[in-house]
Design a protein around this ligand. Sequence first.
Ligand code: AHM
Ligand code: MG
Length: 340
Amino acid sequence: MKVKTLGQFIIEKQNDFPFAKGELSRLLRDIGIAAKIVNREVNKAGLVEILGETGETNVQGEAVKKLDVFANDQFIAALKAGGEVCAIASEENDDIIPIDSEISKNAKYVVAIDPLDGSSNIDVNVSVGTIFSIYRRTTLSGPGTLEDFMQRGTEQVAGGYIIYGSSCMMVYTTGKGVNGFTLDPSIGEFCLSHPNMHTKLQGTIYSINEGNYLHFPDGVKKYIKYCQEEDKATNRPYSSRYIGSGVADIHRNLINGGIYIYPTTTKSPKGKLRLLYECNPLAFIIEQAGGKATNGEKRIMELDINELHQRTPLFLGSSEMVDKAMEFMATYSAEKQISQ
Ligand code: AHM
Ligand code: MG
Protein backbone atom coordinates (compact mmCIF):
# COMPACT_ATOMS: atom_id res chain seq x y z
CA MET A 1 0.00 0.00 0.00
CA LYS A 2 1.27 3.45 -0.90
CA VAL A 3 1.25 5.71 2.14
CA LYS A 4 1.08 9.47 1.67
CA THR A 5 2.36 11.50 4.58
CA LEU A 6 1.09 14.92 5.58
CA GLY A 7 4.41 16.40 4.48
CA GLN A 8 4.18 14.83 1.00
CA PHE A 9 0.54 15.85 0.63
CA ILE A 10 1.26 19.48 1.61
CA ILE A 11 4.06 19.75 -0.95
CA GLU A 12 1.84 18.27 -3.69
CA LYS A 13 -0.95 20.69 -2.84
CA GLN A 14 1.35 23.67 -2.99
CA ASN A 15 0.97 23.46 -6.77
CA ASP A 16 -2.72 24.40 -6.35
CA PHE A 17 -1.50 27.88 -5.50
CA PRO A 18 0.65 29.02 -8.45
CA PHE A 19 2.49 31.80 -6.63
CA ALA A 20 2.92 29.96 -3.37
CA LYS A 21 6.41 30.15 -1.96
CA GLY A 22 5.89 27.37 0.51
CA GLU A 23 5.22 29.49 3.58
CA LEU A 24 1.75 28.09 4.20
CA SER A 25 3.07 24.57 3.64
CA ARG A 26 5.77 25.14 6.23
CA LEU A 27 3.26 26.62 8.62
CA LEU A 28 0.97 23.59 8.35
CA ARG A 29 3.95 21.33 8.82
CA ASP A 30 4.91 23.24 12.01
CA ILE A 31 1.40 22.76 13.36
CA GLY A 32 1.68 19.03 12.60
CA ILE A 33 4.94 18.80 14.54
CA ALA A 34 3.53 20.55 17.60
CA ALA A 35 0.47 18.28 17.40
CA LYS A 36 2.66 15.19 17.61
CA ILE A 37 4.37 16.51 20.73
CA VAL A 38 1.04 17.37 22.35
CA ASN A 39 -0.31 13.93 21.41
CA ARG A 40 2.66 12.30 23.13
CA GLU A 41 1.85 14.16 26.35
CA VAL A 42 -1.91 13.53 26.07
CA ASN A 43 -1.14 9.81 25.79
CA LYS A 44 0.86 9.94 29.01
CA ALA A 45 -1.74 11.95 30.92
CA GLY A 46 -2.94 9.01 33.01
CA LEU A 47 0.62 8.06 33.96
CA VAL A 48 1.46 11.36 35.57
CA GLU A 49 0.20 10.26 38.99
CA ILE A 50 2.07 6.95 39.13
CA LEU A 51 5.22 8.50 37.77
CA GLY A 52 5.05 10.98 40.61
CA GLU A 53 5.08 14.06 38.44
CA THR A 54 2.16 15.88 39.96
CA GLY A 55 4.31 17.95 42.29
CA GLU A 56 5.85 21.27 41.52
CA THR A 57 8.71 19.82 39.49
CA ASN A 58 9.19 16.74 37.33
CA VAL A 59 12.19 14.43 37.06
CA GLN A 60 14.06 16.86 34.85
CA GLY A 61 13.52 19.54 37.45
CA GLU A 62 11.05 21.34 35.19
CA ALA A 63 7.77 22.61 36.52
CA VAL A 64 4.97 20.18 35.62
CA LYS A 65 2.42 21.95 33.53
CA LYS A 66 -1.22 21.30 33.08
CA LEU A 67 -1.87 19.85 29.64
CA ASP A 68 -3.68 22.89 28.32
CA VAL A 69 -0.81 25.16 29.28
CA PHE A 70 1.65 22.64 27.85
CA ALA A 71 -0.24 22.51 24.55
CA ASN A 72 -0.38 26.29 24.38
CA ASP A 73 3.38 26.55 24.96
CA GLN A 74 4.11 23.89 22.33
CA PHE A 75 2.06 25.49 19.57
CA ILE A 76 3.42 28.95 20.32
CA ALA A 77 7.00 27.65 20.35
CA ALA A 78 6.52 25.77 17.06
CA LEU A 79 4.92 28.76 15.35
CA LYS A 80 7.60 31.14 16.60
CA ALA A 81 10.39 28.81 15.53
CA GLY A 82 8.86 28.32 12.08
CA GLY A 83 9.11 32.03 11.22
CA GLU A 84 5.96 32.13 9.03
CA VAL A 85 3.73 33.88 11.56
CA CYS A 86 3.80 37.51 12.75
CA ALA A 87 1.27 37.10 15.58
CA ILE A 88 -0.66 34.40 17.42
CA ALA A 89 -4.00 34.56 19.21
CA SER A 90 -4.79 31.80 21.68
CA GLU A 91 -7.72 30.92 23.91
CA GLU A 92 -5.17 30.72 26.71
CA ASN A 93 -3.91 34.30 26.33
CA ASP A 94 -5.95 37.44 26.97
CA ASP A 95 -4.08 39.42 24.33
CA ILE A 96 -2.48 38.53 21.03
CA ILE A 97 1.17 37.48 20.99
CA PRO A 98 3.01 39.69 18.49
CA ILE A 99 6.15 38.07 17.08
CA ASP A 100 9.14 40.25 16.66
CA SER A 101 12.09 38.18 15.51
CA GLU A 102 14.60 38.20 12.69
CA ILE A 103 13.20 35.02 11.09
CA SER A 104 9.62 36.26 11.13
CA LYS A 105 10.21 39.73 9.78
CA ASN A 106 8.66 38.86 6.39
CA ALA A 107 5.96 36.62 7.85
CA LYS A 108 2.63 36.96 6.06
CA TYR A 109 0.35 34.95 8.31
CA VAL A 110 -1.36 35.11 11.69
CA VAL A 111 -2.66 32.03 13.51
CA ALA A 112 -5.56 31.83 15.96
CA ILE A 113 -5.66 28.70 18.06
CA ASP A 114 -7.52 26.85 20.77
CA PRO A 115 -4.60 24.69 21.89
CA LEU A 116 -6.59 22.17 23.95
CA ASP A 117 -10.31 22.17 23.36
CA GLY A 118 -12.61 20.12 25.58
CA SER A 119 -10.62 20.93 28.68
CA SER A 120 -13.16 19.26 30.99
CA ASN A 121 -12.15 15.93 29.42
CA ILE A 122 -8.40 16.18 29.96
CA ASP A 123 -8.28 14.26 33.23
CA VAL A 124 -10.74 11.52 32.33
CA ASN A 125 -9.18 9.85 29.29
CA VAL A 126 -11.72 11.24 26.84
CA SER A 127 -10.80 12.79 23.50
CA VAL A 128 -9.64 16.40 23.40
CA GLY A 129 -8.54 18.49 20.44
CA THR A 130 -6.75 21.50 19.01
CA ILE A 131 -8.43 23.94 16.64
CA PHE A 132 -6.55 26.40 14.42
CA SER A 133 -7.30 29.11 11.92
CA ILE A 134 -4.82 30.82 9.58
CA TYR A 135 -5.24 34.29 8.06
CA ARG A 136 -3.10 36.45 5.84
CA ARG A 137 -2.04 39.54 7.78
CA THR A 138 -3.78 42.78 6.83
CA THR A 139 -1.19 45.15 8.26
CA LEU A 140 1.90 45.72 6.16
CA SER A 141 4.93 44.99 8.27
CA GLY A 142 6.41 44.57 11.71
CA PRO A 143 4.92 42.29 14.37
CA GLY A 144 1.22 41.51 13.82
CA THR A 145 -1.48 43.46 15.62
CA LEU A 146 -5.03 42.89 16.81
CA GLU A 147 -6.25 44.33 13.51
CA ASP A 148 -4.79 41.34 11.65
CA PHE A 149 -7.25 39.07 13.49
CA MET A 150 -10.34 41.19 12.96
CA GLN A 151 -11.24 39.43 9.72
CA ARG A 152 -14.30 37.48 8.80
CA GLY A 153 -14.10 33.70 8.63
CA THR A 154 -14.49 33.90 4.86
CA GLU A 155 -10.95 35.34 4.76
CA GLN A 156 -9.38 32.23 6.29
CA VAL A 157 -6.50 30.76 4.33
CA ALA A 158 -6.70 27.48 6.22
CA GLY A 159 -8.62 25.99 9.11
CA GLY A 160 -8.18 22.70 10.87
CA TYR A 161 -8.30 20.60 13.97
CA ILE A 162 -6.36 17.83 15.60
CA ILE A 163 -8.23 15.21 17.57
CA TYR A 164 -6.35 13.34 20.27
CA GLY A 165 -8.66 10.34 20.29
CA SER A 166 -8.32 6.56 20.09
CA SER A 167 -5.95 7.59 17.35
CA CYS A 168 -4.62 11.07 16.66
CA MET A 169 -5.90 12.77 13.53
CA MET A 170 -5.33 16.07 11.81
CA VAL A 171 -8.11 17.37 9.57
CA TYR A 172 -7.71 20.58 7.61
CA THR A 173 -8.83 22.61 4.65
CA THR A 174 -7.27 25.35 2.58
CA GLY A 175 -10.56 25.92 0.75
CA LYS A 176 -10.10 23.06 -1.69
CA GLY A 177 -11.84 20.26 0.14
CA VAL A 178 -11.13 18.61 3.47
CA ASN A 179 -8.53 15.96 4.12
CA GLY A 180 -7.85 13.89 7.20
CA PHE A 181 -4.53 12.38 8.30
CA THR A 182 -4.09 9.74 10.96
CA LEU A 183 -0.91 9.58 12.99
CA ASP A 184 0.87 6.27 12.54
CA PRO A 185 2.78 6.03 15.82
CA SER A 186 5.13 3.39 14.41
CA ILE A 187 6.63 5.85 11.92
CA GLY A 188 5.66 9.08 13.71
CA GLU A 189 3.93 10.51 10.62
CA PHE A 190 0.46 11.75 9.86
CA CYS A 191 -0.73 9.67 6.88
CA LEU A 192 -3.56 10.54 4.52
CA SER A 193 -6.39 8.29 5.72
CA HIS A 194 -9.53 10.32 4.92
CA PRO A 195 -9.08 12.01 1.52
CA ASN A 196 -11.72 14.47 0.34
CA MET A 197 -14.07 14.22 3.34
CA HIS A 198 -17.79 14.85 2.81
CA THR A 199 -20.54 14.99 5.34
CA LYS A 200 -24.08 13.71 4.75
CA LEU A 201 -26.79 16.17 3.78
CA GLN A 202 -28.92 14.64 6.50
CA GLY A 203 -27.68 12.64 9.47
CA THR A 204 -29.31 11.02 12.47
CA ILE A 205 -27.28 12.43 15.38
CA TYR A 206 -27.85 15.59 17.39
CA SER A 207 -25.24 16.84 19.83
CA ILE A 208 -26.12 19.42 22.46
CA ASN A 209 -25.74 19.76 26.21
CA GLU A 210 -29.34 18.97 27.12
CA GLY A 211 -28.64 19.69 30.77
CA ASN A 212 -29.06 23.33 29.82
CA TYR A 213 -32.47 22.65 28.23
CA LEU A 214 -34.45 25.03 30.42
CA HIS A 215 -32.14 27.86 29.45
CA PHE A 216 -32.28 27.35 25.67
CA PRO A 217 -34.15 29.64 23.28
CA ASP A 218 -37.60 28.30 22.31
CA GLY A 219 -36.46 27.48 18.77
CA VAL A 220 -33.79 25.10 20.12
CA LYS A 221 -36.19 23.50 22.60
CA LYS A 222 -38.67 22.82 19.80
CA TYR A 223 -35.92 21.49 17.51
CA ILE A 224 -34.80 19.04 20.22
CA LYS A 225 -38.38 17.80 20.57
CA TYR A 226 -38.52 17.45 16.77
CA CYS A 227 -35.33 15.30 16.88
CA GLN A 228 -36.99 13.06 19.47
CA GLU A 229 -40.28 12.54 17.63
CA GLU A 230 -41.10 9.27 15.83
CA ASP A 231 -41.06 9.62 12.05
CA LYS A 232 -40.04 6.80 9.74
CA ALA A 233 -39.59 8.99 6.66
CA THR A 234 -36.87 11.11 8.31
CA ASN A 235 -35.40 8.34 10.46
CA ARG A 236 -36.47 10.00 13.68
CA PRO A 237 -35.96 9.80 16.59
CA TYR A 238 -32.34 10.82 16.08
CA SER A 239 -29.62 9.64 18.45
CA SER A 240 -28.30 12.03 21.04
CA ARG A 241 -24.50 12.02 21.33
CA TYR A 242 -22.56 14.58 23.33
CA ILE A 243 -18.98 14.10 24.46
CA GLY A 244 -18.39 17.65 25.65
CA SER A 245 -15.28 17.93 23.47
CA GLY A 246 -16.39 20.03 20.53
CA VAL A 247 -13.72 18.63 18.23
CA ALA A 248 -14.70 15.04 19.00
CA ASP A 249 -18.43 15.68 18.64
CA ILE A 250 -17.94 17.54 15.39
CA HIS A 251 -15.46 15.01 14.00
CA ARG A 252 -17.94 12.18 14.61
CA ASN A 253 -20.78 14.15 13.08
CA LEU A 254 -18.64 15.09 10.08
CA ILE A 255 -18.00 11.41 9.40
CA ASN A 256 -21.44 9.99 10.28
CA GLY A 257 -23.70 12.97 9.58
CA GLY A 258 -25.32 15.01 12.34
CA ILE A 259 -25.75 18.41 13.94
CA TYR A 260 -23.82 20.05 16.78
CA ILE A 261 -25.49 22.92 18.59
CA TYR A 262 -24.15 25.23 21.28
CA PRO A 263 -26.88 27.85 21.53
CA THR A 264 -27.25 30.88 23.75
CA THR A 265 -28.27 30.00 27.29
CA THR A 266 -29.28 32.21 30.17
CA LYS A 267 -25.82 31.62 31.62
CA SER A 268 -24.04 32.32 28.31
CA PRO A 269 -26.30 34.85 26.58
CA LYS A 270 -23.90 35.17 23.65
CA GLY A 271 -23.18 31.44 23.44
CA LYS A 272 -20.08 29.78 24.86
CA LEU A 273 -17.84 29.05 21.90
CA ARG A 274 -15.39 31.56 20.43
CA LEU A 275 -15.78 32.82 16.92
CA LEU A 276 -12.14 33.33 15.98
CA TYR A 277 -10.42 30.09 16.93
CA GLU A 278 -13.30 27.64 17.46
CA CYS A 279 -16.31 28.42 15.27
CA ASN A 280 -14.68 29.92 12.17
CA PRO A 281 -12.20 27.11 11.48
CA LEU A 282 -14.81 24.43 12.25
CA ALA A 283 -17.26 26.26 9.97
CA PHE A 284 -14.66 26.39 7.19
CA ILE A 285 -14.15 22.64 7.44
CA ILE A 286 -17.82 21.71 7.58
CA GLU A 287 -18.68 23.97 4.63
CA GLN A 288 -15.84 22.50 2.61
CA ALA A 289 -17.23 19.07 3.47
CA GLY A 290 -20.66 20.08 2.14
CA GLY A 291 -22.27 21.04 5.47
CA LYS A 292 -23.31 24.30 7.07
CA ALA A 293 -22.46 26.43 10.09
CA THR A 294 -24.59 29.30 11.36
CA ASN A 295 -25.34 31.18 14.55
CA GLY A 296 -28.98 30.12 14.20
CA GLU A 297 -29.65 32.95 11.81
CA LYS A 298 -26.55 33.89 9.81
CA ARG A 299 -23.59 32.10 8.30
CA ILE A 300 -20.77 31.88 10.89
CA MET A 301 -18.03 32.81 8.41
CA GLU A 302 -19.77 36.08 7.51
CA LEU A 303 -20.11 37.34 11.06
CA ASP A 304 -18.22 40.53 11.88
CA ILE A 305 -15.61 40.18 14.56
CA ASN A 306 -14.67 43.01 16.87
CA GLU A 307 -13.27 41.24 19.90
CA LEU A 308 -10.50 38.66 20.08
CA HIS A 309 -12.43 36.29 22.34
CA GLN A 310 -15.86 37.04 20.89
CA ARG A 311 -18.47 34.35 21.50
CA THR A 312 -21.24 33.14 19.24
CA PRO A 313 -23.97 30.51 19.27
CA LEU A 314 -23.15 27.65 16.88
CA PHE A 315 -25.33 25.35 14.76
CA LEU A 316 -23.01 23.18 12.69
CA GLY A 317 -23.28 20.00 10.65
CA SER A 318 -25.29 18.30 7.94
CA SER A 319 -26.90 21.04 5.90
CA GLU A 320 -30.50 19.81 5.97
CA MET A 321 -30.33 19.46 9.75
CA VAL A 322 -28.89 22.95 10.19
CA ASP A 323 -31.59 24.34 7.87
CA LYS A 324 -34.28 22.64 9.91
CA ALA A 325 -32.91 23.95 13.21
CA MET A 326 -32.77 27.46 11.72
CA GLU A 327 -36.35 27.13 10.58
CA PHE A 328 -37.35 26.44 14.20
CA MET A 329 -35.22 29.37 15.37
CA ALA A 330 -36.88 31.73 12.90
CA THR A 331 -40.41 30.56 13.70
CA TYR A 332 -40.12 30.69 17.46
CA SER A 333 -38.06 33.84 17.83
CA ALA A 334 -40.59 35.58 15.53
CA GLU A 335 -43.44 34.27 17.70
CA LYS A 336 -41.72 35.56 20.81
CA GLN A 337 -41.28 39.00 19.32
CA ILE A 338 -44.96 39.15 18.38
CA SER A 339 -46.08 38.15 21.87
CA GLN A 340 -43.81 40.72 23.55
P1 AHM B 1 -13.11 24.84 26.17
O1 AHM B 1 -12.42 25.47 24.99
O2 AHM B 1 -12.97 25.63 27.42
O3 AHM B 1 -12.75 23.40 26.33
O4 AHM B 1 -14.70 24.92 25.85
C1 AHM B 1 -15.18 24.45 24.63
C2 AHM B 1 -15.92 23.16 24.87
C3 AHM B 1 -16.27 22.41 23.61
O5 AHM B 1 -15.23 21.58 23.23
C4 AHM B 1 -17.46 21.62 24.05
O6 AHM B 1 -18.26 21.22 22.99
C5 AHM B 1 -18.15 22.55 24.98
O7 AHM B 1 -17.17 23.45 25.45
C6 AHM B 1 -18.75 21.85 26.14
O8 AHM B 1 -19.34 22.78 26.98
P2 AHM B 1 -20.42 22.35 28.07
O9 AHM B 1 -19.67 21.58 29.11
O10 AHM B 1 -20.98 23.64 28.57
O11 AHM B 1 -21.46 21.51 27.37
MG1 MG C 1 -12.24 25.50 23.27
